[in-house]
Design a protein around this ligand. Structure first.
Ligand code: AMP
Ligand code: TRP
Length: 344
């Protein structure tokens, strides 16, 4: 039993266009969790600047993520929607965690290896330390649950390791400061579901990502109906009809991906979708997938475009959210300082 009240935190980087993987892997879960939990949804702009960004594009991208949250159905009154850089405590706690985490832990992070590529010597220190900032995002609010896609699992595990080490290293001071059962919770990832890892539409072995050069590899939240239809029709498949059960999907990554997407969009399961479409040809299934995707994503894209015209409104949501986030973060950061022995 955790002594910590349940609280949800998640974040998305303001880089590139949001795609179906972001939507199904993360945002759909945000929309569901707001019904049962206290939630903070962050636009992690400090994570974005771990690689070069053009200032005007970054500003627009921050607003775009906030617009996507709202357009998808996250209520900015009930939940806290904000951008990371407006709450200085994120960077402050990240520094503390840089002193808790070990080089060896960060050296194992696969996302750093992917993003840094061959030229590691030339990667920013921020890109290397990215996971300690992410741990700070979560633990600054003592959040207990983190809805993310599969690719973030390793980072959440690192956040748990940091929380654990902080609790151990400072156990005496934590107790002396009146906290029972450790200071930080060990946050749990919420990953399950048929779209925890949405794959590239042109190659079922690669994950759908913002950075793939081909627009046909992903469906973007801002795509209009015709574009969505075209991308689904061009999506790679194999020559066999669809199988009737899950075992029949093994070794057929493209089929598995499209079925998973359909299931997630329809709030259903892979099994149920296979029951419905088992034995069907891809062409028939794709038509149904187009109809479903257009029905679900079309209104979100339209609302995003409308909200993006109203930057004054978006900025006011972010300001209000940041203020509410600071009200939670400030006292927790003060307690961290007391535990560490820093004078405030
Ligand atoms: P990012 O755009 O990297 O900030 O990712 C934002 C959220 O989307 C995170 O929770 C990711 O795990 C999730 N995500 C990104 N790509 C995918 C994908 N292909 N499938 C499922 N979830 C994803
Ligand atoms: N690293 C996450 C991603 O690339 C984004 C992120 C930053 C995040 N801070 C977070 C996600 C805190 C969940 C919780 O997708």
């Amino acid at each position: 039993m955790t002594p910590f009240p349940e609280r949800v935190f998640s974040g998305i980087q303001p880089t590139g266009n949001l795609h179906l993987g972001n939507y199904l892997g993360a945002i759909v879960k945000f929309v569901a969790l707001q019904k049962t939990h206290e939630c903070l949804f962050c636009v992690v702009d400090l994570h974005a600047i771990t690689v070069p960004q053009e200032p005007n594009e970054l500003r627009a991208a921050i607003r775009k993520i906030a617009a996507a949250y709202i357009a998808s159905g996250v209520d900015p009154v009930k939940n806290i929607i904000f951008n990371q850089s407006q709450v200085a405590e994120h960077a402050e706690l990240a520094w503390v965690f840089n002193c808790v985490a070990r080089m060896g832990w960060l050296n194992r992070m696969t996302q750093f290896k992917e993003k840094a590529g061959k030229d590691r010597e030339n990667a920013s220190i921020g890109l290397f330390a990215y996971p300690t900032l992410m741990a700070a995002d979560i633990l600054l609010y003592r959040a207990t649950h983190v809805p993310v896609g599969e690719d973030q699992k390793q980072h959440i595990e690192l956040a748990r390791d940091i929380a654990q080490k902080f609790n151990n290293d400072f156990a005496e001071s934590i107790a002396a400061n009146g906290h029972e059962g450790g200071f930080f919770p060990l946050p749990e990832p919420l990953i399950q579901g048929p779209a925890a890892r949405v794959m590239n539409l042109r190659d079922g072995l690669k994950k759908m990502s913002k950075s793939d050069p081909s627009e046909y590899s992903r469906i973007s939240l801002s795509d209009d109906s015709d574009t969505i239809a075209q991308k689904v029709r061009k999506a790679k498949t194999d020559p066999e009809p669809l199988p009737t059960d899950k075992d029949g999907l093994s070794g057929r990554p493209e089929a598995e991906n499209l079925i998973g997407i359909y299931a997630a969009l329809n709030d259903s399961t892979t099994e149920a979708v296979l029951q419905q479409f088992g034995g069907a040809q891809f062409s028939a299934f794709k038509q149904q997938l187009v109809d479903l995707a257009v029905a679900k994503l079309g209104p979100i894209g339209a609302e995003m475009r409308r909200l993006e015209q109203d930057s004054a409104y978006i900025d006011s949501v972010l300001r209000d959210g940041s203020q509410r986030a600071r009200a939670i973060a400030g006292p927790i950061m003060n307690q961290v300082k007391d535990i560490l022995g820093l004078i405030r």
